[in-house]
Write a protein that binds this ligand. Structure first.
Ligand code: ADE
Length: 236
């Protein structure tokens, strides 16, 4: 049984899924961090790889960019492939002065300008929040390893290039840590399917300090730290 965007049998996908945005990063995670790995689906350049991480079965599959793309894969994974937990591992732009480029943010909640927060229940803006158990797993791992992670709300925007930069100071005043483009969609899909999700984000650029942006090489190295936090959250 295949779905429109995933071409394999339900048993080919593990209940725990690591979800970067970039398909090449998914392949890299599969080839460097998984054992007994096999390519189980490859539709529209979004490959799914299944294997084990430290002996635990996991699948790694990219989301593509933005809420609509992520929602397609997350919905099919949760509803047709028996996936229980998805951990997004990606990047964000810093909003708060409490975070710096290279820091890791664990997104406890996601504000958004996407319609995902308002379409399901008329008149209600839904709270888009992380799984408590995954959040706890991520934070306990980080503390045990003496790694700093920031825990708080992020802003999921439908626009990478937006003319509405004027709203960022208001989000900053409300304690919003960073901006990215997928977490709210992931949390909405998890809620719709009564499943679990978390986003672990490396700060790759800062809206208050453009000079600190990461190089492509740094992105890859720093990404490894966030990946370990994500793996702990999936197991946790
Ligand atoms: N992902 C990484 N940096 C970002 C930014 N500045 N805005 C939106 N998404 C991002």
């Amino acid at each position: 049984m295949a779905t429109p965007h995933i071409a394999c049998e339900p048993g080919d996908i593990a209940p725990l899924v690591i979800m970067p945005g970039d398909p090449r990063r998914a392949e890299r995670i599969a080839k460097t961090r998984m054992a007994d790995v096999r390519l189980v689906s490859d539709v529209r350049g979004i490959a799914a790889w299944t294997g084990t991480v430290d002996g635990v079965p996991m699948t790694v599959m990219a989301s593509g960019m933005g809420v609509p793309s992520l929602s397609i894969y997350a919905t099919e994974l949760y509803s047709q492939y028996g996936v229980r937990r998805i951990c997004r591992v990606g990047t964000c732009g810093g909003i708060s002065s409490d975070v710096a480029v290279r820091d890791v943010i664990v997104a406890a909640a996601a504000h958004t300008n996407s319609a995902v927060a308002t379409i399901d229940v008329p008149g209600v803006s839904l709270s888009l929040a992380a799984s408590y158990d995954m959040l706890r797993g991520a934070v306990e791992f980080a503390r045990a390893e003496d790694r700093t992670v920031h825990v708080g709300a992020v802003y999921t925007s439908d626009f990478f290039y937006s003319a509405r930069t004027d709203i960022i100071p208001a989000l900053d005043r409300l304690g919003t840590l960073g901006v990215e483009m997928e977490a709210a969609g992931l949390y909405a899909c998890a809620m719709a399917n009564r499943a679990e999700a978390l986003a672990v984000l490396t700060v790759s650029d800062h809206l208050k300090d453009g000079s600190a942006d990461l190089t492509a090489d740094e992105r890859e190295t720093l990404f490894e730290g966030a990946l370990e936090v994500a793996i702990a959250a999936l197991k946790g």
